[in-house]
Write a protein that binds this ligand. Structure first.
Ligand code: ADP
Ligand code: MG
Length: 237
């Protein structure tokens, strides 16, 4: 079986959605492996299944069939409660819509996921400020989202994804609303965090700037993998 450095294994994952009378096959037999500490990107045109794939890896959505093994646990077998706990403990999400709450400051937005982790108010504030420091926004912690640039808001969303110290960070088209310079800054940040915290990143994108700075490139089309390039070798192989 897998060595313990394989952090994500998908085996023949299928997912379809019903849109009124028609069935859309979002994922049609996806199999892949991602190693611990890899920066992988999922590349494909709009509608190819990228978001669906991230949602299934992160336990936000369930596969119709196939296996999804994350950190040695088959999450397709978890009940809702266990799946919620899994998400909270292991996964950091940066959604395409950043979902920042406009009336809260940056640090308050970042603190939100910690509310469910049983930390004191003081600990929550410390952890949130530390996460903002990591994305180099320590000096803007008390601003509200509309007092920050698009790139800065993106970094707040990243800080919020990192504040629970997840082993896996999932990002959905993180550069979609950024200019190319801010986009490359973002990828530098991802690389810095990856080497410092050994986190695994999976990034859905069609931005060449992102693709060029990922170690592993997984191309999908119509819910199927068309190629996998690069990436680390398993230590056991
Ligand atoms: N919740 C949903 N309900 C119905 N259809 C969906 C839903 N989510 C995704 N789809 C469909 O599944 C396909 C893949 O979508 P998605 O994973 O969002 O692709 P991408 O992120 O690559 O643009 C698309 O045809 C989309 O319309
Ligand atoms: Mg998408």
């Amino acid at each position: 079986m897998s060595s313990n450095d394989t952090v994500i294994i998908l085996k023949n994952v299928f997912k379809s959605y019903r849109q009124k009378s028609i069935v859309v096959h979002a994922l049609s037999g996806i199999s892949l492996e991602i190693y611990r500490g890899e920066i992988a990107c999922i590349v494909g045109p709009s509608g190819s299944g990228k978001t669906t794939l991230l949602n299934i890896v992160g336990g936000l959505d369930r596969a119709d069939s196939g296996r999804v093994i994350v950190d040695g646990v088959d999450i397709t077998e978890l009940d809702e409660g266990k799946l919620t706990e899994f998400r909270l403990r292991k996964i950091g999400f940066v959604f395409q819509a950043l979902n920042l709450i406009p009336i809260l400051t940056a640090v308050e937005n970042v603190e939100l996921p910690l509310a469910f982790m049983g930390l004191s108010k003081k600990e929550r504030r410390e952890r949130a400020l530390e996460a903002l420091e990591m994305v180099r926004l320590g000096d803007k912690a008390y601003r509200k989202p509309d007092e920050l640039s698009g790139g800065e808001q993106q970094r707040v969303a990243i800080a919020r994804a990192l504040v629970t110290r997840p082993s896996i960070v999932l990002m959905d088209e993180p550069t979609a609303h950024l200019d190319s310079e801010t986009g490359s800054e973002l990828m530098k940040l991802v690389k810095r965090l990856n080497s410092k915290l050994k986190q695994t990143f999976i990034i859905a994108t069609h931005d060449p700037i992102v693709v060029n700075s990922c170690e592993k490139v997984i191309r999908i089309r119509d819910g199927k993998i068309i190629s996998i390039e690069g990436g680390r070798k398993s230590l056991s192989s």
